[in-house]
Design a protein around this ligand. Structure first.
Ligand code: KG4
Ligand code: ZN
Length: 327
């Protein structure tokens, strides 16, 4: 079965073709980052408009590269995400599925992220613990199979990626914040500034990152002039270390409590080099998608749709797109 996947929940237009026998046949991505950069964050209407502009070309490109004229099914991100942006992908997907006379399935964006490591040559077997760290979510999930997800803990306020983005804004490092902070942090001392390790003193697997951002703000306010490059690098490194340490300890707890020894790390923050280095110290096998599939992409949506259809789920063309949607 060949499934065309379309992702348009936020600021990346992603398209891919996944074959259940041969794996990923082609994928294409257009990142809108330069469009939103001037505003310091994603502007929903600009995102929707650009998905309208880019997706048809990306679909043509992917079908051409894969040498496929009509896939067997279409999978589109149905949520959670920006509602206007989701509607673009869903409408386009529905129209194509109708024209081709093939089924369409609405996919949960976070399920796409969770399953993304299965696109790699050495995929993780079930069950595993998943750390999902993106711009909108920070979650620890026990994954026992397709659709068998147990939420173990989540952020009570800002997501990890959001904390990176907001802190980068405070340090005037630009958008998106994660890559900017991690680059700057390489010149900094992670022990230079003492920052809180939120919620480590409490039992459980929930997270909280908004206090950390406030601690960075207090630090910036103590500077009498704009921070020197070294001050900024030290604060970026100290912030990154606080986030990484918090994620590390919670992953360690989740693995210990569940008795599992496999961890999947998914979502944009999973691209962070320091996080990857630290997680090597876990007594577990850690799986990542390749860096380009850590952030939003069409391949994970095509894969999740294909696995659901293979598992016998009935595709329904009247699915609704949803800005909020619990996993
Ligand atoms: O998964 P994703 O592409 O989009 C959402 O579904 O949210 O994640 C984007 C988030 C942004 O907050 C971005 O700053 C963060 O992932 N990010 C990183 C890195 N690369 C992207 N955070 C830390 N380090 C990175 N290298
Ligand atoms: Zn995402």
């Amino acid at each position: 079965m060949q499934v065309l996947g379309i992702e348009s929940s936020c600021d990346e237009s992603g398209v891919a073709l996944f074959d259940t026998e041969r794996g990923l046949l082609a994928h294409a991505l257009f990142s809108q980052i330069p469009i939103h950069q001037a505003y310091g964050g994603v502007v929903p209407e600009l995102a929707s408009r650009d998905h309208v502009r880019r997706l048809p070309g990306l679909i043509r490109q992917v079908l051409g590269e894969a040498g496929v004229q009509r896939p067997d099914a279409v999978a589109v991100t149905a949520g959670p995400g920006l509602i206007g942006a989701l509607l673009v992908g869903a409408t386009l997907g529905r129209t194509l599925a109708y024209g081709w006379g093939v089924p369409i399935i609405g996919v949960h964006h976070l399920e796409g992220h969770l399953l993304a490591p299965m696109l790699e040559p050495d995929p993780p077997p079930f069950p595993f613990i998943a750390l999902l760290v993106s711009g909108g979510h920070t979650m620890l999930i026990r994954v026992d199979g397709i659709g068998r997800y147990t939420l173990l803990g989540e952020s009570l306020d800002d997501a990890a990626g959001e904390a990176f983005d907001k802190t980068a804004k405070l340090l005037q490092l630009g958008y998106p914040g994660g890559p900017a902070i991690s680059t700057r942090a390489e010149q900094g001392d992670p022990a230079a500034v003492s920052l809180p390790r939120p919620m480590l003193d409490r039992p459980g697997l929930d997270f909280s990152f908004s206090g950390l951002k406030t601690a960075v703000l207090h630090q910036v306010r103590q500077w009498t002039a704009p921070g020197t490059p070294q001050q900024v690098a030290d604060l970026a490194a100290s912030f990154q270390e606080a986030v990484v340490e918090t994620l590390f300890v919670k992953c360690q707890r989740a693995l210990r409590d569940s008795g599992l020894q496999r961890l999947v790390v998914a979502g944009g923050v999973g691209a962070n080099r320091r996080l990857r280095e630290r997680l090597k110290q876990l007594p577990a096998e850690v799986y990542y998608p390749r860096p380009e599939f850590c952030t939003d992409n069409g391949a994970m949506i095509a894969l999740a749709g294909a696995l659901r259809l293979q598992a016998g789920e009935h595709a329904s063309p009247d699915f609704c797109v949803r800005a909020r949607w619990p996993l």
